[in-house]
Design a protein around this ligand. Sequence first.
Ligand code: AMP
Length: 126
Amino acid sequence: MPIDPTLPYDDNNIFARILRGEIPSKKVYEDDWAFAFEDINPQAEVHTLVIPKGRYVSWDDFSAKASDAEIGGFVRAVGEVARMKGLVEPGYRLLANIGAHGGQEVPHLHVHIFGGQFLGPMIARR
Ligand code: AMP
């Protein structure tokens, strides 16, 4: 079920629990601002999620309320993970789903990094 991105942050969402170490994840990268781990249901050869450490429901919430340091740290972490995965030269795709039309299912901002193969059309055809 897609989430409502206008609701307040839920401290019990699954990515909050991963950040607190209550649920296991395949960690790829961590710094002061971000945590990256492998998607449990990969949609491409490489499918890694990067999440900010702060309590932000979505890209909307993050872009409106996060500090410049949080935003800078998070954006740099996404780039670092893609470099670590060797995705720059072959290319890759970033995706952040927001709310119902985006199909967002977890109410903690996450950027998907897809790569390792040709990724096809930008969005599904209707
Ligand atoms: P979205 O539809 O953008 O909210 O994407 C949520 C993503 O989180 C999906 O690709 C799921 O496969 C992934 N996911 C859900 N639970 C976990 C988990 N425990 N560990 C890793 N990835 C997860």
